[in-house]
Design a protein around this ligand. Structure first.
Ligand SMILES: Cc1cc2nc3c(=O)[nH]c(=O)nc-3n(C[C@H](O)[C@H](O)[C@H](O)COP(=O)(O)OP(=O)(O)OC[C@H]3O[C@@H](n4cnc5c(N)ncnc54)[C@H](O)[C@@H]3O)c2cc1C
Length: 227
């Protein structure tokens, strides 16, 4: 058997559980149109909030479009929040696979993870996923193999579907272009900013003071929300 070592990314285990923390009356800016930004924007629109997405790049040119989209809770610690995220995300993907599989690109299929060192007990997520088992026949040089039926996502189709769901079904707005500072967005009248800029997040958090870049200790100002 050819061993497939799954890369372990936590993101696709968490995506369906984005919290909605802004009040009903606020104008919300979501910065970023990758999987995180679009998922946030959709959940906010579904909750009846006014949302504008700002994005320098859109599908198919985001990092999210390039990801393997493997649903893998393997690296997250088994804390209560992680358990809840994983359970809710799994349920959300199960619903998509059952109801909108073709458009969203979400299906379920068996995945195996191969471990070089023995795994101590069953992992914390074993009770959430479908058909979890430890394989008895473990090929050398591995010590353990875990198998489960997990969401499989055709990622580019999924991101395109998120974008079209946000714009066409939920009548959300996307403005193309780079955001250079949070203050510029607040100055447009938005009360709440949700920063979903992926690896760009660190750069955006810095503000220019004179000729230097600095990380402000406290953002935002004037009773606005930054998430
Ligand atoms: C090769 C590869 C394989 C991967 N495989 C997996 C996997 O199997 N499972 C998994 O869970 N994860 C995987 N990942 C990780 C996953 O892709 C990322 O965690 C996820 O895509 C991050 O999504 P995001 O929306 O936060 O960021 P991005 O997809 O990077 O989106 C960021 C958005 O913010 C915008 N932006 C950034 N800065 C600004 C700015 N200043 N102004 C305006 N817009 C801005 C960008 O243009 C873009 O629209 C993989 C990553 C790579 C590279």
């Amino acid at each position: 058997m050819k061993a497939c070592e799954l890369r372990r990314f936590p993101f696709f285990t968490r995506i369906a559980t984005m919290g909605v923390m802004a009040s009903n009356q606020t104008d919300i800016a979501v910065i970023g149109a990758g999987v995180v930004g679009l998922s946030c924007a959709i959940r906010l629109r579904e909750a009846g909030r006014r949302v504008t997405v700002f994005a320098e790049r859109r599908t198919p040119n985001t990092t999210s479009d390039k990801s393997g989209a493997i649903f893998s809770p393997f690296r997250m610690p088994g804390q209560a929040a992680a358990l809840e995220w994983t359970r809710a995300s799994h349920a959300a993907f199960a619903e998509l696979a059952a109801t909108r599989s073709v458009e969203s690109g979400v299906t379920f299929g068996p995945m195996r993870e191969f471990f070089r060192a023995p795994v101590d007990g069953d992992p914390w997520w074993a009770g959430i996923v479908r058909d979890y088992e430890r394989l008895r026949d473990v090929p050398a040089p591995y010590a353990d193999v875990l198998r489960a039926v997990l969401p499989k996502i055709i990622v580019r189709r999924y991101i395109q579907w998120l974008e079209s769901r946000f714009i066409q079904e939920l009548h959300g707005r996307i403005e193309d272009g780079r955001v250079s500072s949070f203050d510029a967005v607040f100055a447009r009248g938005f009360d709440t900013i949700i920063n979903c800029t992926g690896v760009g997040a660190a750069a955006l958090r810095r503000v220019r003071i004179g000729r230097c870049l600095a990380r402000p200790r406290r953002l935002p100002r004037r009773a606005r929300s930054m998430i």
